[in-house]
Design a protein around this ligand. Structure first.
Ligand code: NAP
Length: 470
């Protein structure tokens, strides 16, 4: 149709979606209109539901995303689920391009015996729960009978989980942690948190500020055994030759903790290296974890990999969190490469199959569902720009979708017909104001809505309930 605006749908409202919107909205010619679809009423993806509540500075990036959302030609359709409320065929009738920015919504498993015992969880479940994510609010993390917890993996999510478990309620009170999580943590009897790396300190995935933060907690000591903080010959050599400054700083930080020792605080975070869990043990619920000691070897690609030795140990623990990475979830009618948990793509252009070379015209991908669950929030900016540039090139060459009607009104009619209780960005700002006010009333940064029903009720968008006699 001539005279119709160029329109792009972005599925997902996390960082990568907003960076993609930003880049497209900045184009002067042609001007591009953006509609962002989000399954939840609330925007910002993992910044709201994943970033730890005590990391307020990281969360403040939402101010930038709100400014992007204020621009002309941007609309937000919250509470609208791709694949359920609107599908790819619907969107292809109204958009020149569809950008998937849905992140990686599930966890990776360890595939060891006992993983499904009671009190064995994915870190992502705990994170979603303490952040008040509607999908996880029903979990019941009763920490009142728990003394020892194991966190498997040494990435930044493991750092978040260990830190939240180790913090005092006073440290967490002012944050936006879900109020039920604050209550559960107030009743926690956790004393020891073991954080378990399958490789050595030089290969740990956490970043230096995160490991340093564990040494600054009000009432928790960090414990590192000297023999595990001391590098083996292969690691020493690799660190020297690679000049990896981040890994060097991590190792120095851990070695400083060895020297500091225990200072008598109520809780202890015990960092362990070169151990892999082999079994989670217990009669219905977690009672212990069996681990094997690893050694490192150089694989054919120059990486130091863990290899099990014949030395085992059993660690008594009451709760286990596996924190070994996220995994993407397929979207209906969108190609998916299960081995990597990503939408197959070439620099952001969706492929019909992994390494097929054939493009799904007009479909693009950004963020974790494009590259896998790696990097920090800022990594999503260049990632999103790469994909949106591919869209602009394709637009230039006429190799995008050919919508029947890309007008504002046509899209609105579609959304209104499917989800009358859709949520606009102005609606979200109202929710935001209510949450912030509820927090201010009791000295907290915000008190979150944690159920979709409550959010819609607060917005006056709840389904009317009719009595049979009405
Ligand atoms: P991650 O950084 O990929 O770390 C995963 C950890 O799990 C690694 O230590 C990995 O060890 C270990 N692991 C994997 N498979 C394992 C197995 N079978 N047995 C034992 N250990 C295993 O993942 P993440 O912590 O989920 O974080 C995801 C992304 O979000 C990362 O890029 C992270 O930096 C980012 N993030 C950032 C922040 C922040 O900036 N504050 C906060 C949270 C998350 P190997 O290295 O040996 O594979």
């Amino acid at each position: 149709m001539t005279g119709m605006p160029i329109r792009v749908a972005i599925i997902g409202s996390g960082p990568s979606g907003f960076y993609a919107a930003d880049h497209l909205l900045k184009q002067e010619s042609p001007e591009i209109s953006i509609d962002m679809y989000e399954r939840l009423p609330t925007p910002f993806g993992l910044v709201r539901g994943g970033v730890a509540p005590d990391h307020a500075k990281i969360k403040s990036v939402t101010k930038l995303y709100s400014r992007i959302a204020q621009r002309d030609r941007f609309r937000y359709f919250g509470n609208v689920e791709f694949g359920t409320d609107v599908c790819r065929a619907d969107l292809s009738r109204h958009y020149h391009g569809i950008i998937y920015a849905v992140g990686a919504q599930t966890d990776r498993r360890l595939n060891i015996p006992g993983e499904d015992l009671r009190n064995s969880y994915a870190a992502t479940e705990f994170v979603g729960w303490y952040n008040g994510h509607p999908d996880y609010r029903h979990y019941n993390f009763d920490l009142s009978g728990i003394r020892r917890v194991a966190v498997i993996g040494v990435g930044n999510v493991a750092m978040d989980v260990a830190r939240i478990l180790a913090r005092t309620v006073d440290e967490l009170y002012e944050t936006d942690i879900a109020d039920y999580a604050l209550d559960a943590l107030a009743n926690s009897h956790v004393e020891e948190i073991y954080v378990l790396g399958r490789r050595g300190p030089a290969q740990a995935a956490f970043s230096t500020p995160e490991i340093k933060e564990l040494g600054e907690l009000a009432d928790a000591d960090i414990v590192v055994a000297r023999e595990e903080a001391t590098l083996d010959e292969l690691s020493s050599r690799q660190l020297r030759e690679s000049g990896d400054r981040s890994a060097t700083r991590n190792v120095k930080t851990l070695q400083a903790y060895v020297e500091r020792g225990i200072t008598g605080k109520s809780r202890r975070i015990v960092m362990r290296f070169l151990v892999s869990p082999t079994d989670i043990l217990g009669d219905r619920r977690v009672e212990a974890m069996r681990m094997v000691k690893n050694e490192l070897y150089l694989d054919g690609r120059g990486s130091l990999r863990p290899r099990a030795t014949d030395q085992y140990e059993t660690l008594p623990v009451d709760m286990v969190f596996r924190s070994v990475g996220y995994h993407g979830v397929p979207l209906p009618d969108v190609p998916f490469y299960d081995a990597w948990g990503t939408i197959p793509n070439d620099c952001g252009r969706v492929l019909t199959q992994h390494e097929s070379g054939e493009f799904l015209i007009g479909n693009y991908v950004v963020g974790w569902i494009k590259r896998g669950p790696s990097g920090i929030i800022g990594t999503n900016k260049p990632d999103a720009v790469e994909s949106t540039k591919r869209f602009l090139e394709d637009l230039d060459r006429g190799r995008v979708l050919n919508p029947v009607d890309s007008s504002d009104a046509a899209v609105l009619a579609l959304v209104e017909s499917r989800v009358p209780a859709y949520v606009t960005f102005e609606d979200w700002e109202r929710l935001d104001a209510i949450e912030t006010q509820r927090g201010a009333d009791c000295g907290r940064s915000r008190i979150k809505f944690t159920s979709v029903d409550d959010m819609l009720l607060a917005l006056g968008k709840d389904e009317p309930i009719f009595n049979a006699g009405d």
